[in-house]
Design a binder for this molecule. Structure first.
Ligand SMILES: *Cc1c(COP(=O)(O)O)cnc(C)c1O
Length: 411
């Protein structure tokens, strides 16, 4: 007898992207130690926590150090005070009513979007958009829902919904039936959005086909367009077919602080092998209470402060700052004749490479000739080939300087 590993892990082809970006950047810096490299590649915020958040965080830490107010294990699903604040601020204004037991607070949306597949059967057919936030793909590979990755960069058994300039980044419904569809809007990496009508097409598909939509709304706060839904539950019937993921990471700079939440409506059903409807909410509750012990109390108090009047103002100022950067990126690149997408309701701008060069060639030109680090679109899936992602998570000065440099290049 020898110990066996989970061979599904051997199918994984990822981590190549950011490792390769870092390798090329390091190589460039070594050859050009004096170069002022501007990083516009990583999807991480750059502004610190808002003062209102820091104050609440600190106060809660003090409570933890005092015998009278110390808190031990909290509810695995999160504290009622935060679930209440989420419902009151993120859903009620949209006309969506939820109970606190439909909101599951966690240490972030990456874990939740990665873990959610556990409560669904192994033989479900999965669809993802292409390009994609790779967590959705890799967690299904790990679970064994795919075969090997083919020459075309796609895992066997997975359905890829192509998003490119030809279809205006609006995915078409899957050609063959699927059971679970991952959607992320505003999208990472393309920065594009779906209108209510475009999202309704997917909700109607799910209702008709007894499928489920896993809707990642991590970038909801960046929405600036009127007809773009802030929650999938704005679409009629969505509570019967969708789970929504949100995060304080991009919203309020919590990437290093860690807090997110997942809404699993009580109306949501999946089916057992005999075709009987089963409630999904209690299954996620069971999964979380078994494998997760809750986000920390100070972090949840800090997240609650995001919804205070001062917190809201400070956070919206930070988002406005990033969105000004996004606007500058969009306009500067359009002005020099590049095709740009996204960046209107998203901190990401998706740039078509000039002269149809491939993503890595454009990456190298930007690095070597303008000392700017982007992220090659091909790293997010085969349909990302020929694009590059730039992020607005930077200072205004760096953003302007980067655009000045790109504007001087000849393509
Ligand atoms: C950043 C991001 C998240 C948030 O992840 P956290 O674990 O909450 O930091 C979720 N989904 C997408 C698509 C993201 O880009």
């Amino acid at each position: 007898m020898v110990v066996k590993i989970n061979e599904n892990y051997l199918k994984l082809k990822s981590s190549y992207l950011f490792v390769e970006v870092a390798r090329r950047e390091a190589e460039f810096r070594e050859a050009h130690p004096d170069a002022d490299v501007i990083k516009m590649g990583i999807g991480d915020v750059t502004k610190p926590l808002a003062p209102a958040v820091v104050e609440a965080f600190g106060k809660a830490v003090d409570e933890m150090g005092n015998a009278d107010t110390f808190m031990g294990y909290g509810p695995e699903q999160g504290y009622e005070f935060l679930a209440d604040a989420i419902i009151k601020n993120d859903y009620e204004p949209l006309g969506i009513s939820l109970d606190t037991n439909e909101v599951f607070i966690s240490d972030g949306a990456k874990c939740d979007t990665g873990n959610i597949q556990e409560i669904f059967g192994i033989d479900n057919k999965i669809a993802v958009t292409d390009p994609v936030y790779t967590v959705y793909v890799d967690t299904n590979v790990m679970a064994g829902r795919t075969g090997e990755m083919g020459e075309d960069g796609m895992y066997e058994g997975l359905t890829y919904l192509k998003c490119n300039a030809e279809n205006n980044f609006v995915p078409e419904l899957p050609a063959e039936p699927v059971d679970i569809i991952y959607l992320c809007y505003p999208n990472n990496p393309t920065g594009t959005t779906l209108t209510k009508d475009q999202l309704k097409v997917f909700v109607d598909y799910a209702i008709e086909n007894k499928a489920i939509i896993l809707f990642d709304a991590a970038y909801e706060i960046f929405i600036r367009e009127d007809n773009v839904p802030h929650s999938i539950f704005e679409i009629e019937g969505a509570k019967e077919v969708a789970i929504e993921f949100r995060s304080f990471s991009k919203t309020a700079g919590f990437t290093g602080t860690r807090c997110g939440y997942t809404v699993v409506p009580k109306e949501l059903k999946a089916y057992d092998s005999e075709g009987n409807a089963v409630d999904v909410n209690p299954l996620w509750n069971r999964r979380q209470t078994t494998k997760f012990n809750g986000a920390s109390y100070p972090v949840q108090r800090a997240a609650e402060a995001v919804f205070s009047p001062e917190g809201k103002k400070q956070i919206n100022d930070a988002i406005d700052y990033y969105m000004e950067n996004a606007k500058i990126i969009r306009e500067s690149l359009s002005d020099i004749g590049l095709d740009v997408y996204g960046g209107v309701s998203s901190p990401y701008v998706w740039v078509k490479t000039p002269n149809d060069m491939d993503s890595w060639d454009f990456f190298d030109i930007l690095l070597n000739e303008a000392n700017i680090v982007g992220t090659p679109g091909s790293g997010f899936g085969p349909s990302g080939e020929g694009y590059l992602r730039l992020t607005a998570f930077n200072t205004l000065e760096n953003t302007k300087e980067a655009m000045d440099r790109i504007s001087k290049l000849e393509f």
